[in-house]
Design a protein around this ligand. Structure first.
Ligand SMILES: [Zn+2]
Length: 82
């Protein structure tokens, strides 16, 4: 059972979506919201600590969170990219 374990497949669990530090900074800067349905930054004028906004992209309700809030809740993860 010698497993080098060097390969990380990264479990696809739906949450903890990796975003780059740049994208996160831009989202904070521009008040973009994170849609957990789209798994992308959607929406405008979303306060960083907002919760439960509607998504203009997928028409989801209560799916958009502020960038800081999304990070806090573990919906996204900052991918430092080494
Ligand atoms: Zn959406």
């Amino acid at each position: 059972m010698a497993n080098a374990g060097e390969t990380q497949t990264g479990e696809v669990g739906g949450e903890h979506f990796p975003v780059s530090a740049d994208d996160y900074a831009e989202a904070c800067d521009s008040n973009l919201g994170w849609c957990r349905a789209c798994q992308a930054f959607e929406g405008e004028c979303v306060e960083p600590d907002a919760e439960g906004y509607s998504c203009p992209c997928c028409n989801g309700t209560n799916t958009v969170y502020g960038a800081e809030q999304a990070l806090l809740l573990g919906l996204i993860d900052i991918d430092e990219g080494e």
